[in-house]
Design a protein around this ligand. Structure first.
Ligand SMILES: [Zn+2]
Length: 112
């Protein structure tokens, strides 16, 4: 993995990690975030979606606090695992998702 691909490891914001940073639970949350930092966007979303399936749907707010991913993203990852869709296989983002190409944001670049 190159330096540009390396993602910062999210620090869990749950009450346990704040009050007992050396507890077993805090270590587990750190381990989850270390794994997530090594994944691309799609696999990060699906990995947390898998945890949501295993921990139950009431865990989504907690997982959001632990991982820093939005509840919407976690729901989407969970949905993608429960309803695999051939259209999305092999893609990191849905067609049309993400930032605009730089040429579209700054047409002056094309005139040089
Ligand atoms: Zn935590």
């Amino acid at each position: 993995m190159s330096t540009s691909e390396r993602r910062r490891i999210h620090r869990c914001a749950c009450a346990t990690c704040q009050q007992h940073p050396y507890s077993l639970m805090a270590q587990q949350h750190k381990a989850i975030n270390r794994v997530l930092a090594s994944l691309d966007e799609k696999n990060r979303r699906r990995c947390v979606g898998l945890l949501a399936i295993q921990w139950g749907s009431r865990s989504i707010s907690l997982l959001s606090r632990i991982t820093g991913l939005s509840r919407t993203t976690i729901h989407r990852g969970k949905h993608e695992l429960e309803h695999p869709d051939a259209r999305e296989r092999g893609r990191v983002r849905a067609p049309g998702a993400g930032r605009l190409p730089v040429e579209k944001n700054n047409p002056a670049l094309l005139r040089r």
